[in-house]
Design a protein around this ligand. Structure first.
Ligand code: NAD
Length: 279
């Protein structure tokens, strides 16, 4: 049976929560759903003021009930992260409202189809790279300038195990996440001398909007237990479990960690996962 210790219930997760983000302003992209929504829930419960960015206006509004801080400490921006002028305007608005941005979570992302290398279409590659890579590049540029002026900050990018190994996503998606991991390293070098840390998480299979159809199909066929069964922990993950690691990397607990890409994948990327090798 699938279990989710130690966060068996969301209530338990909230009870155990330390408070590490009071007086911090956190900007999260892809905040309307899945991992981004869980990051907002977690960090606002830990005291952060939030700037919530997403393309999906209605979902972003609905996700507002997760925000623990008052309406005065929550700014909502509906935009496409691939559009640099919209990103620049949103960052400017957030800075006018809060005076600073302490934490940036570049989390918005889209999947790609599973076309093979002989079928891949440039238009799909361009859109996937525009969202998954350039979205992070734009926010890092505009928020990063303010962080340099402040002389501090933490950036956490949501990459993927697909950016580390083949088999976890389509070609364009995997390549965009590999590029995001590399951008995490190069921007960590650019910002290190300014006291700004840049890290990434590499989630494995997590139940979110992006993977909804996979989960629905598996449940329809009575095969939910197979999802994530080749991970060392023998299960898939939940958005809250990724949000907890993002919270760590964004916090002062990770004050000597930068340029790293940390798998949050139940051990998936640590093993060869050969069929028939596991009980
Ligand atoms: P999700 O679909 O639930 O959330 C993604 C959010 O990003 C959505 O709210 C969507 O509206 C938003 N978004 C998409 N394109 C956007 C754009 N152009 N501008 C602004 N917002 C946009 O999926 P999720 O799994 O929570 O995805 C979050 C991140 O986690 C993504 O970068 C994804 O690649 C990564 N990830 C997910 C998994 C998984 O198994 N779910 C695994 C590894 C990595």
């Amino acid at each position: 049976m699938t279990t989710f210790a130690p966060y068996a219930t969301f209530e338990r997760y909230r009870e155990d929560m330390p408070v590490k983000f009071s007086d911090k302003v956190v900007l999260v992209t892809g905040a309307a759903s899945g991992i981004g929504r869980a990051v907002v829930t977690r960090l606002s419960a830990e005291g952060a003021a939030t700037v919530r960015v997403d393309l999906a206006a209605e979902a972003l509004k609905a996700a507002g009930s997760d925000v623990s801080v008052g309406a005065d400490s929550d700014l909502v921006c509906t935009l496409d992260v691939a559009d640099e002028s919209s990103v620049a305007r949103a960052v400017e608005t957030a800075l006018q409202r809060f005076g600073r941005i302490d934490v940036l979570c570049n989390n918005a992302g889209i999947a790609s189809s599973r076309k093979t290398a002989t079928e891949d279409e440039p238009a799909e590659w361009q859109r996937v790279f525009a969202v998954n890579l350039l979205g992070a590049v734009h926010f890092t540029k505009h928020v990063g300038r303010a962080m340099v002026t402040a002389g501090r900050g933490a950036i956490v990018n949501t990459a993927s195990v697909a950016g580390v190994r083949a088999g976890a996503g389509g070609n364009a998606y995997s390549a965009s996440k590999a590029a995001l991991i590399n951008f995490t390293q190069t921007s960590a070098c650019d910002f290190g001398a300014h006291g700004i840390r840049v890290n990434a998480v590499c989630p494995g299979l997590i139940e979110t909007g992006m993977t909804q159809s996979t989960f629905e199909l598996a449940r329809e066929r009575g095969k939910e237990d197979r999802l994530g069964s080749r991970c060392e922990l023998r299960r898939y993950g939940r958005p809250e479990e990724v949000a907890a690691v993002i919270a760590f990397l964004a916090s002062d607990d990770a004050s000597y960690v930068t340029g790293q890409a940390l798998p949050v994948d139940g051990g998936n990327s640590a093993s060869l996962n050969l069929p028939g090798m596991k009980v």
